[in-house]
Design a binder for this molecule. Structure first.
Ligand SMILES: [Mg+2]
Length: 374
């Protein structure tokens, strides 16, 4: 086979409106920004990748930094390289560029899409093969009031759209947050359940104080209650055996996964392909979890159908996704830049079967949402 080389990398920023404002611990957002990457190979195939973050508060990267890192620092190392030597390219990027996991994941996504299209196989086949054809999805309740969240959850369950939920916390004082979450959990008890995600904004004492009440309210899991660096605090919470403790911001790299596994600091890992630096690394993190008896949850950086497809291919290939996923990105955006957005139906997202990521750009929509000042 003739050498398959990387000929061009093109990036652009797009801003896509969302259906309703979303409250994180640190910010409220009303549109979502993405860096769209196209990688052209010498066989004429173009792969697409998407970089996005919950916000710069989450890990220090933004779509603007991703674009800069890809254009100025990664592209010169990738041009004319053999695209089939994926692991070699990723190792090279790691040596040349420290950190910037989200930017690296975007590059890997576009390369895997291009390779999948070249070999005419869906990306999950390049990651080891399929384990499940559809993945349960939790919806994030973030209406702003407990009453609104309870109503939203009950309506979603009644229509069969979603079965279970997550709530974002961290905007209020930790005690008020805890009370609000318990109120929502009690309001939907018997119909559904919630996991709580304060995005690292609580402290040890407050969290410990509420663990009995979280257990009594039937809360499914407590995700990243403490700041990312407080692994010892997470271990103490996990040792209480009240509500399963999920690590998210604390578990990005494979080294993080090993440290948390060794210190028994989590019962569940939230996987995310961008924070891990790509799909291959995410599979490795899931492998460490499997060896340590830790369950996995398919997390999201609130991707569009492009990034969500990458997540679905990855999560569907691992055996220990015991807590399902939160891959509701396509349902949260008011519009998309692909021709056929991924379908969320009856609380499940289905794995694309087409070659590559299985999504195709709608160029008119890309033009519509392209940022004027790049
Ligand atoms: Mg989280």
């Amino acid at each position: 086979m003739q050498k398959l080389t990387i000929k061009r990398l093109i990036t652009e920023l797009v801003d896509i409106p969302i259906k309703r404002p979303h409250q994180f611990s640190a910010i409220k957002v009303s549109s979502k920004s993405f860096v769209l990457l196209r990688v052209e190979l010498s066989n004429g195939v173009t792969g697409i990748g998407e970089g996005t973050t919950p916000g710069i508060f989450w890990n220090g990267e933004s779509v603007e930094t991703m674009k800069l890192v890809i254009d100025q620092y990664a592209a010169p190392f990738l041009l004319e390289e053999n695209a089939t030597h994926l692991e070699t390219l990723l190792q090279k990027l790691n040596r040349q560029i420290r950190g910037n996991a989200f930017a690296k994941a975007t590059i890997e996504m576009a390369l895997l899409d291009a390779l999948g299209k070249t070999y005419d196989v869906p990306v999950h086949q390049l990651l080891g093969g399929l384990h499940q054809e559809k993945i349960p999805v939790r919806w994030a309740l973030a209406s702003g009031t407990p009453e609104g969240d309870i109503e939203e959850a009950k309506n979603a369950v009644a229509s069969g759209q979603y079965a279970n939920f997550k709530t974002k916390s961290g905007k209020e004082a930790p005690d008020d947050d805890a009370k609000r979450s318990i109120r929502i959990a009690e309001g939907i008890k018997g119909h559904s359940s919630i996991g709580i995600d304060p995005n690292g904004s609580w402290d040890r004492m407050t969290t410990m104080k509420w663990m009995d009440d979280f257990f009594a309210a039937g809360i499914d899991f407590l995700e990243q209650p403490l700041p990312p660096h407080d692994i010892e605090g997470l271990a103490r919470l996990a040792a209480m055996k009240k509500v399963p403790i999920m690590a998210d911001e604390s578990v990005a790299s494979i080294q993080d996964a090993m440290r948390i596994a060794k210190t028994n600091a989590a019962d569940i890992f939230s996987l995310k392909i961008h924070k891990a630096g790509g799909m291959k690394n995410t599979v490795k993190v899931a492998g460490i979890a499997e060896a340590a008896g830790i369950a996995c949850f398919g997390g999201t950086s609130l991707e569009s159908s492009i990034g969500t497809a990458a997540c679905v291919h990855t999560y569907s290939s691992i055996p220990n996704l015991d807590y399902g996923s939160e891959l509701f990105g396509p349902d949260w955006l008011a519009d998309e830049i692909v021709k056929e957005p991924l379908v969320l139906k009856d609380g499940y997202i289905h794995v694309p079967v087409q070659a590559g990521l299985g999504v195709e750009l709608d160029e008119e929509k890309v033009s519509l949402y392209r940022r004027k000042e790049q």
